[in-house]
Ligand binder design. Structure first.
Ligand code: SF4
Length: 305
């Protein structure tokens, strides 16, 4: 029988300590995400994500705006990391993702944040934009567990994750909450500045589903384990949406929980001059077509926020 949260078992067997060492050592030539920059982050060198030895945290609070099974009634214990390994021109968190912000947060401080969120009654610890700080998250877990951490971990990611990072997280993360943004390498290049994103995201989602399966709730309706995918529907990108929905139903499971999000609004670098096609909100008919694409693909657990 699986014990939740899953990291407790790895802590008891000593495997967690082993993973922490492996993860921290890997920072010497960083391949934490698919960019494989190979800079020495132990010496505070930085590259694409702009984050060195320690994670930087911009905020930490009980988030009551996440999906119902994640936020419950007391909120999801959200820790927002600064920096990002993508450069989405429409980023809705541009001021924390595209510039170095927040406070440098060594492991003991990160552990203290987790304990504080648990004490506030949060249902889980929700790491937002964690792809580039997986070693730093792992490093903070043993002190957090020693101080009493017992709630599940949510890994809330863009989906641009490396196989190595996901193997380090296997048996530690209870809930994966990835985005799947664009299907086509050309659109990914234009809007995320990363042609490789669709390939890496497909592989990452398959691995996440292999690890945790479909979303499962406990008897209170709170998510206990599994995969929850978010898809922000973008203007003029229905073909990407169709292909993403078909992929999820075919390669993962028709029972995958998908949040089809309609709240896109122009932000970040979007201007009429640079990206006129993204300089508007989504239309009602575009969103309905996205929902129809999910239904036609055979998905039956989705909602729109
Ligand atoms: S985590 Fe940062 S430094 Fe490491 S490979 Fe990714 S972008 Fe490069």
């Amino acid at each position: 029988m699986t014990v939740y949260p899953r990291y407790l078992e790895l802590y008891e067997t000593g495997e967690l300590e082993h993973r922490v060492r492996r993860a921290v050592d890997s920072l010497e030539s960083c391949r934490t995400c698919p960019w494989e920059c190979a800079v020495n982050r132990l010496e505070d060198e930085t590259k694409v994500c702009r984050i060195g030895r320690y994670a930087r945290v911009t905020s930490c609070f009980p988030h009551r705006g996440e999906e119902p099974p994640i936020r419950g009634w007391n909120g999801s214990g959200t820790i927002f990391f600064a920096g990002c390994n993508l450069r989405c021109v429409f980023c809705q968190n541009y001021s924390i993702s595209h510039v170095v912000s927040g406070n440098e947060t060594p492991p003991e401080s990160l552990a203290a944040m987790m304990i504080s969120l648990q004490k506030q009654g949060c249902h889980n610890i929700n790491f937002v934009t964690p792809e580039h700080v997986v070693p730093q998250i792992l490093e903070a877990l043993p002190p957090a567990i020693e101080r009493g951490l017992r709630i599940p971990i949510v890994y809330n990611t863009s989906g641009y994750d490396s196989p190595e990072s996901l193997s380090l997280l296997d048996g530690i993360v209870d809930l994966y909450m990835p985005d799947f943004k664009y299907w086509s390498p050309d659109t990914a290049k234009r809007y995320l500045k990363c042609r490789d994103y669709p390939r890496a995201a497909r592989e990452a989602l398959c691995e996440m589903h292999r690890q945790v399966g479909d979303l499962e709730m406990d008897d209170r309706g709170i998510a206990r384990s599994g995969l929850l995918i978010r898809h922000l529907v973008m203007p003029d990108a229905l073909e990407d949406t169709r292909r993403i929905m078909a992929f999820i139903a075919r390669e993962l499971s028709p029972g995958t929980y998908v949040n089809i999000m309609a709240q896109y609004h122009p932000a970040g670098e979007i201007t009429e001059e640079k990206y006129p096609e993204l300089n508007r909100r989504l239309t009602r008919s575009e969103w309905k077509s996205a929902v129809s694409a999910a239904e036609e693909a055979g998905l039956h657990r989705f909602d729109g926020v």
